[in-house]
Design a protein around this ligand. Structure first.
Ligand code: PRX
Length: 648
């Protein structure tokens, strides 16, 4: 069947910032004359000292290195705040909607945000925080999360935001990895009417060998009576009360670190992805303006959490650099009922909405009435991010939510890439449901076959990027060698994304999903190795292997094969215990959907687990297990197939 195609609506083709001919010309320039292209695009940033050098980057071992605008200096917080004060100081910067519709929303102007950031920055300084130091943020979706990020950027401290759904164990690992001695948190978070014990989680994490932490700043969100450790814990409000509202912005080199964000890979512990200041600022703000066709004054809402890269780039930094009004929502799409998102759209008059397919699939199941009873007439553009969007969910989003009039930008990118890499631009590209369409300016994607040969024209292969772009990550915190090994050795001299991809005859790109041992659960990236090591840490577990499985709402679910110690008789109780165990070790997002007990895992004679077979069982594709003759004990497979439980 031919793919459905939605042409660019006439008003978009006439009025968009980037129309089809503009895209073609600028894309060509960005690839053929990158220096001139980026020199011009970088003018969107207020540099303290202008750069003279644009880019020095090599993905080859001999001269490996990535740098952009290296001799320029700037401050990102000043670009988000100070430079707007004269023109739009009274404009709302952040529109905050609380978890419960019965609580008041908040509107914070650029002037107020600037003041709050300066006071908090001064509090950090008073605690001895210096340029280059790491500050861990473990906060709910409240404006203070943005305040804390911007305060770090203002004084040159490196923030490491840890998603507030992670467990104390996961938090402790991230605090230790970046040697952070200061943590910023809240008494409790609120999500879907439930309380999340953030301060208690921090206390538990600090009991896990985080001796270096000497300061914890605690925001009151719910007002819960949480224990405060004298000499270590500081109440946010009391702490900022005496601070000056004036805090000069630190002059940062373009390549000075901005933030660390931990993300899962196919092996080992989560990696601290490091982004630097200048290139990230240019890349995030440029993509924001073009992808969302952003015009001053528009109300824009990205429904991601600040704990993920989408929240960093498209809730906080890019919209604020661009002088936008950015909506921050504390809650969940389905509480108190599945109209919540669209009621917020109506309440604030949201024009641009950017969300994740997993939320759309959950809402789609609830029926159209929850959507159609709201107006949504303010909407003009929709976005999707984080995982492949299935054509069915895309069509629903387009037809029901957007009433057929709003283009959908399906943006493909990664924590590592800083901001959007491939997407349709709403005024330039006809839409094909499920396709991320075309590369962003400066991005040169290639598809390679398994031998590393470049596939020309239509075809499917491994997606790599053949040159640097400004918002590329610069290193893995504390392990530069791992950075090189992870991304630049699979295919020499190229950045390997870990994704599979198809290109059709029109040159449209279709991401097919991860081809490494990373799975994407509800748009949350998870290493199967992480879940496996959580499982084997349980005293009754001998061995575990984890794969992804198709899941109607989450996109992928977690399927775990577990072998217990010989003396243990696996039963339902153990299954429940293991589910709780993983939730405690990593967090609720890692909850296994299926645990299958098995006396043995399928291994080759050299002892390597044959994951290919486990993936097939996970997918319930049992007729097509492939060659199993190299297994040490092919009978294991029969047991596994016979014992495959169905989803509850
Ligand atoms: O597999 C791709 C998928 O999410 C991965 C990146 O995850 P993360 O670093 O957590 O960043 C998510 C937010 C950008 C990618 O390797 N992915 C992301 N966006 C899309 C996608 N897959 C298909 N279509 C997308 N639009």
């Amino acid at each position: 069947m031919a793919d459905a195609v939605y042409p660019v609506p006439a008003d978009w083709a006439a009025n968009a910032l980037i129309t089809a001919p503009v895209y073609e010309e600028r894309y060509r320039n960005s690839i053929e004359q990158p220096d001139a292209f980026w020199r011009e695009e970088a003018q969107r940033i207020d540099w303290i000292r202008p750069f003279t050098r644009v880019s020095e980057a090599s993905f080859h071992e001999a001269d490996f290195g990535i740098s952009w605008f290296a001799d320029g200096t700037l401050n990102l917080a000043a670009n988000c705040l100070d430079r707007h004060l004269a023109e739009r100081g009274e404009q709302v910067a952040i529109l905050w909607e609380p978890d419960s519709p019965n609580e008041a929303s908040r509107a914070i102007t650029y002037r107020e945000l600037h003041e709050q950031v300066c006071r908090f920055a001064n509090l950090l300084k008073a605690q001895g925080v210096r340029k280059g130091e790491r500050v861990t943020l473990y906060l709910p979706m409240v404006p203070e999360a943005a305040v804390a990020m911007l305060a770090c950027a203002r004084i040159g401290a490196i923030h490491s935001v840890v998603f507030a759904g992670f467990s104390p164990e996961a938090l402790a690992g991230r605090i230790q990895d970046c040697d952070s001695r200061i943590v910023v948190t809240a008494d409790e978070g609120l999500r879907g009417g439930k309380k999340v014990p953030l301060k208690a989680n921090v206390d538990a994490a600090l009991g896990h060998h985080c001796e270096a932490v000497d300061t914890v700043i605690v925001l009151k969100r719910t007002g819960a009576d949480v224990p405060m450790t004298p000499g270590r814990d500081i109440d946010w409000a009391l702490g900022v009360a005496g601070q000056s509202a004036d805090c000069p912005a630190e002059e940062m080199g373009a390549e000075d670190p901005l933030f660390i964000l931990y993300t899962s890979g196919s092996t080992g512990k989560p990696k601290g992805v490091l982004h630097t200041t200048g290139g990230y600022s240019v890349w995030a703000s440029m993509t924001f303006q073009y992808v969302f066709d952003y015009r001053p004054g528009q109300i824009y809402w990205c429904a991601a959490d600040v704990g993920w890269v989408t929240g960093h780039s498209y809730v906080v930094y890019a919209p604020l650099m661009t002088g936008a009004t950015t909506v921050m929502f504390e809650g969940v799409p389905t509480w108190p009922d599945p109209s919540r998102f669209w009621q917020i759209v109506d309440k604030f008059g949201v024009e641009i909405f950017y969300g994740a397919p997993t939320a759309l699939r959950a809402l789609m199941r609830e029926g159209d009435d929850w959507v159609t009873k709201t107006s949504r007439k303010s909407l003009r553009l929709l976005g999707s991010v984080g995982e492949p969007i299935n054509p069915e969910a895309w069509e629903w989003y387009h037809r029901v939510v957007g009433e057929g009039r709003c283009p959908i930008v399906d943006t493909w990118w990664q924590t590592e890439t800083g901001a959007c890499m491939m997407t349709p631009l709403p005024g330039a590209h006809a839409l094909k449901p499920g396709s991320a369409a075309k590369p962003m300016f400066g991005v040169k994607p290639l598809l390679l076959d398994n031998e590393g040969q470049v596939i020309e024209g239509a075809g499917e292969g491994c997606l790599v990027i053949d040159r640097s772009w400004p918002g590329q990550m610069r290193t893995v915190w504390g392990d530069h060698e791992r950075f090189f090994q992870t991304y630049f050795t699979t295919f020499k001299g190229l950045y390997f994304t870990g994704d599979g991809c198809r290109r059709d005859k029109d040159g449209y790109y279709w991401i097919t999903g991860r081809i490494d041992d990373v799975i994407n659960v509800s748009g949350h990236r998870m290493g199967t190795a992480e879940v496996e090591s959580a499982l084997v840490a349980h005293p009754k577990v001998a061995e575990a292997a984890v794969v992804g499985m198709p899941h109607a709402v989450k996109g992928q679910g977690i399927y775990a094969f577990v072998t217990t110690n010989v003396e243990v008789e696996p039963d339902e109780q153990l299954r429940r215990d293991l589910v709780q165990w993983v939730r405690r070790e990593i967090g609720p997002i890692a909850t296994p959907d299926i645990i299958q007990f098995t006396p043995a895992l399928p291994k080759t004679r050299s002892g390597k687990i044959m994951r290919r077979i486990l993936r097939k069982i996970g997918e319930n594709d049992l007729s097509n297990l492939g060659d199993i003759s190299t297994l040490a004990d092919p009978q294991v497979v029969e047991h596994l197939v016979a014992g495959r439980p169905q989803m509850a």
